[in-house]
Design a binder for this molecule. Sequence first.
Ligand code: HPA
Length: 269
Amino acid sequence: MTLMDKIKETAAFLQDKGISAPEFGLILGSGLGELAEEVENAIVVDYADIPNWGQSTVVGHAGKLVYGNLAGRKVLALQGRFHFYEGNPMEVVTFPVRVMKALGATGIIVTNAAGGIEFGPGSLMLISDHINMTGQHPLIGENLDEFGPRFPDMSDAYTGAYRARARKVAAELELELQEGVYLGVTGPSYETPAEIRAFRTLGASAVGMSTVPEVIVAAHSGLKVLGISAITNFAAGFQEELNHEEVVEVTQGIKENFKNFVKAVLAEL
Ligand code: HPA
C-alpha cells in the first residue's frame, strides 16, 4: 500500500467512527495529555485499533486519540505521539499530521516537554522557529503532491498570526510566556554539555526530541502551526543531572497553566 492509500484508509476508518472535520489537531507531549480529558462529547479511539497507526511506548504518553469539543472548537487530540527514537520511521512519526490534514483540519497545536537553554524549568515557551538537528527529514522520498510541493517554504512554519494571538491571550491571562527557537534532536540520550553549548551558539532557546518532523510535514501540507514547549529542566551542563522522572514531575507543575493557556488560545485561533 502506498503512503497515500494508508492515509486515506486511516481517515476513512476515523470518519466511520464519527470523526469528521476537526478544525484543529492537538498533539500533546510528555505529561501534557491530560488536556484531552477535558474534551466534551468525546469519541475516544485506542491507538492499537487504528490502522496504519504507530504505538506509543513512552511513560507519560497514553496512546489514545480523542475527538470532540474543546473551548468551543472541534479538535482531534493525540494523547501521546510517536518518536523517531522509539524506532518509528519518519513516515509513522508524521502520519497523524497527514491524517489530520486529510480529515480537514486547518491548524495544529503541537506541544512538547523540552530542555531549557535560554529559559528555566517551569517556563512556557511559544516556538517561533526550529533548527532541525535530527539528521533526518520526513519529506525524503516521493513527494505527495496532493499535500504540498517538493520544496516547501518553511519561512512561516510556526504561523506568525497564531503566535500573535497566543501572545495576546497570555497577556490577558497574565501568564508569563517566553518565545524562542526549538532545536530538535533524535534522542534518546539527553545531550552532552558540549552539545548544549554548541546549540546555544547556534541560536537555540530549548532542545527536545520531537516536534520538528511533525511541523515540517504540517508546513508542507499548508497546515498552520502553533508550537508550545513546556520547559522541564535546564539543558545538560546547566544542572547536575537529567532524568525523565524530573521531566514528568516538572510538567505536573506546569500543566494547569498549560491547559488554561491552550484552551484560551484555541478559542481565539
Ligand atoms: N533534552 C532533550 N529533550 C528533552 C529535555 C532535554 O533536556 N527535557 C525534556 N525533553
